[in-house]
Design a protein around this ligand. Structure first.
Ligand code: FEO
Length: 385
């Protein structure tokens, strides 16, 4: 059995067979659906798992419960990767009471055809539930992914059950850097909701938290200031690192050549970090992550059908909906007969909050010429100031 503390158990499941999380994000190392059980005078199950992981979850659960019956099921988030087993839980544990907030109970019939009227316990901000030695305190966290989300603070062991917050891609038996896959998870899944995350961080700052138990990824019990600090940076849309991310799309290699030439110039000029990606070949979610990670971005794209390459349009669309802001953007365009890409990309970035689009644009007419090398040098100088 997997203890978090003396009476708190991990009963979650690793999933290494899912191809795309939320139907869109690649999972090179799988994902974990985390769930916990508090074995006190009263027994509480903290969230469930995806239906794909049901069998293993029920096995984990019954190993911890033994012949005991759970008293409460706390649901902090209704998204199906955490709630899929509700009907079976009710069937298996007929006396269990379901604890959550009004908003979640309002949405619940959209997902489940179960009557829980006589077993629901509605909690709101500041409410508590005693399990005996352990005391659960409920903190509403609307839009820390979905509108019904709440987190739960257990004040005896000082655990924050943080829902999707502090979550990460990757199964728990995989050794990998936390920040890399937590950042990709954050910006692509929660990134739009920086303000609600900030609100939750303010509430969390008032709590003495020793352990964070998220719904995905590892339990965090050391160096919590590091993780909370990253969430502070990410949710306030501040760059995490100084550096330039060059995102390019190229039809015949000429725009790619310009992007790589710029990368070389920036490195030679001592820019702290230069990252470069071919948008058509790299994981889009990783590209979104890098755009948010660094303080400067360069987009390089040919004109295509009188507009821009679809993959670049997709990239900029993602940035827009994830509230990309507070950054400097440089532009490289290519066009053989009527270059439009620069204008189109500029308009879209200028519509974003506190984004400065540099005037030092590079315009390639099909392939790089002497004047383009000069323009690249000027752009590199501006970006490395
Ligand atoms: Fe992991 Fe928003 O669900």
């Amino acid at each position: 059995m997997n203890n978090v503390t003396e009476q708190v158990y991990y009963v979650g499941v690793n999933d290494k067979t899912l191809d795309l999380f939320e139907g869109q994000y690649i999972l090179p190392n799988g994902v974990s659906y985390n769930s916990y059980v508090i074995m006190d005078e009263k027994i509480a199950i903290m969230d469930m798992v995806d239906r794909r992981a049901a069998k293993e979850w029920f096995e984990n659960l019954s190993e911890v419960l033994g012949d005991k019956q759970p008293d409460y099921l706390i649901i902090s988030h209704l998204e199906p990767d955490h709630s899929a087993n509700l009907s079976e839980v009710i069937e298996l544990y007929p006396d269990i009471r379901i604890v959550s907030n009004e908003k979640l109970f309002g949405m619940l019939p959209q997902f489940f055809n179960v009557d829980i009227a006589d077993r629901k316990v509605v909690v709101k901000e500041g409410d508590s539930l005693s399990l005996g030695k352990h005391e659960l305190h409920f903190v509403m966290a609307p839009m820390v992914h979905w509108p019904e989300v709440m987190v739960t603070y257990e004040s005896t062991d000082k655990i924050l059950f943080s829902a999707d917050g502090f979550g990460k891609f990757g199964a728990l038996d995989v050794e990998e850097d936390w920040a890399c896959e937590a950042r990709r998870y954050y910006f692509n899944i929660v990134g739009k909701y920086g303000m609600p995350v900030q609100t939750l961080l303010k509430k969390a700052a008032a709590l003495d938290i020793q352990i964070i138990c998220p719904l995905h990824g590892p339990i965090l019990s050391e160096n919590l200031d590091y993780y909370i600090g990253l969430y502070q940076t990410w949710s306030s849309y501040e760059p995490e690192n100084k550096g330039v991310f060059i995102a390019y799309s190229s039809m015949h290699g000429n725009t790619k050549q310009a992007a790589e030439e710029l990368a070389k110039l920036l490195e030679a000029k001592g820019v702290e970090k230069v990252a470069i990606a071919d948008l058509a070949r790299e994981d889009m979610a990783e590209c979104i992550e890098d755009a948010f990670r660094y303080d400067r971005l360069v987009v390089a794209c040919p004109t295509y059908d009188g507009a821009i390459m679809p993959v670049m349009q997709d990239f900029i669309y993602h940035l827009k909906v994830k509230m990309y802001q507070k950054r400097t953007v440089g532009i490289i365009e290519n066009g053989s007969w009527a270059p439009m890409a620069g204008k189109i990309m500029r308009e879209q970035f200028e519509a974003m909050k506190e984004v400065t689009v540099l005037d030092e644009k590079v315009t390639i007419r099909s392939s790089l010429k002497k004047n383009n090398y000069e323009e690249l040098e000027i752009l590199a100088n501006k970006l490395s100031q």
